[in-house]
Design a protein around this ligand. Sequence first.
Ligand code: TPP
Ligand code: MG
Length: 573
Amino acid sequence: MATRTSRARASAKLEKADLLDIYKTMLLARRIDDKEIQLKRQNRIFFQISGAGHEGVLAAAAKVLRPAYDWFYLYYRDRALCLGLGMTATEQLLSATGAADDPNSGGRQMPSHWGHKDLNIVSASSPTGTQFLQAVGAAEAWLRYTEIEGIEGRDEAIKGDEVVLCTTGEGTTSEGEFWEALNTACNLKLPVVFLVEDNGYAISVPVEINTAGGSVSKLLTGFPGLLIQEVDGCDVLASFDTMVKAVDYARARKGPALVHAHVIRPYSHSLSDDEVQYRTPAERQADADRDPLVRFPRHLLEQGIATQAELDMIVREVEEEVQVAAEVALASPQPPTSSVYQYVYSPDVDPTSEQFDTEDDPRFTGDPTTMVDLLNVCMRDEMARDPRIVVFGEDVADCSREEALGEVKGKGGVFKVTWGLQRAFGSDRVYNSPLAEANIVGRAIGLATRGLKPVVEIQFFDYIWPAMMQLRDEMSMLRYRSNNAFACPMVVRTAIGGFQGVFAPLTAPQLGSAAIRAAIGRCGVAADDVSEVLMGCVLPAGQGRPPRARPPSAPGCRSRCRAPPSTRCAARA
Ligand SMILES: Cc1ncc(C[n+]2csc(CCOP(=O)(O)OP(=O)(O)O)c2C)c(N)n1
Ligand SMILES: [Mg+2]
């Protein structure tokens, strides 16, 4: 029986070369961390946060997933995973020195904020947990591309059986967006694999404080269709087997999977933290005894898979690789100051160009109509023109229960802006979201990153704040922070200033429009200008918008912005 079990294990098929390769990836990751720590102490890099202790499950995961085929939403501990997927030691150290040639961010982000366009590693940011909903959106992109007819370039955009890997620490699973992401991943049966790297601490906060009962995977058992696997993430082979099960499940489109991997954190949270202040010597020793960098080579020797000479050779190769990479990275220049505004905006679309120009002296004909009707017509036109546009939000569909559509008039938004769109374009393109604003914006970012054109609605501006992190730190920053490697062209519509009698105390139009401007970094986009935004964001280069009247611009603003000078965007004023 035992033999049969071991034969059934996917890891039993790993060749010696694969096992040595995994070991090399793990060791390379640890040695780059050690090198960075040395450089940080010499003040030659700016910050250090290590992946130490997480290498076992990550090097194994890299062997299971497919770079440039699957998609990756990672976090700062994932050095070994990135190396296993094909990022080089030099590329990682270029991130540490903040070099212009750093493929992660061109030196714009802190070290270990992974991103690599060629490998489909989508630029990661600093706020813990913003990756979850974007990963779900990226997985949803597969669904939409599959279901929506007539999207050009669909075959390049999706593979058909790709999966999205989303990693996290256990502490970060306390963020609400984690639960929002699982909710949608399960509801839509999306091919996402969540990998929880549980090292028992979120900086100094132990897991039992973060998570009721101390085990996030136990809390998740009620999520329908979610495959849950728990594993010792310091055991490379068990981790490999677990990842194979999870990834196979998602690849076969059975639904999302979650791997709860128990790892260790031998180097404190970061170089700015000292865990001796809050962890006992005995606890730290127990961790050290599980170190995958000790256990795995011992296993290779004990099982006769590798000789000591072969392992020594790997150590020498790794040391040389790290030394050369560090020399290259230290000699690589940082970006020039003059590049600081580069990629705040798209280099391909200029909203201040002629293409977006309006008539100076418009002559109106026809019956006056309402702004709501015009927005609705605008969306109909655009959706008919471009099948990549998807519309979702709270109550935006006519009727979620499609079978009832024939019997009812349809909701189409609380202000009716989206009325009839579901009926006209189908439920794959116009659909209701859960009542969760971060879910709406975060998913839209993931969809847009993979080439779809989401036009999403936040029902009332007053309730936009749960989405603020996604708007401010993600949507508006993705292009900039990734040095133009990734972008998420999308439109967020929201209503503000209406319902004066009832909602006046809640709606603060001036505050609102200023906040939105700051959030999306776009001059002249006030909340009363959504139609302009819609046209401006979804039109491809070369296709202008119909002429439309505009009030006079504020003096000195190139884009005819009507905002007071104090709130105008510095880059354009
Ligand atoms: C939204 C947000 N809150 C707080 C922080 C500060 N912070 C960075 S990492 C971290 C702990 C994360 O712990 P965990 O998810 O367990 O990951 P680990 O570092 O242990 O791998 C905290 C509190 C942050 N970056 N973002
Ligand atoms: Mg942790």
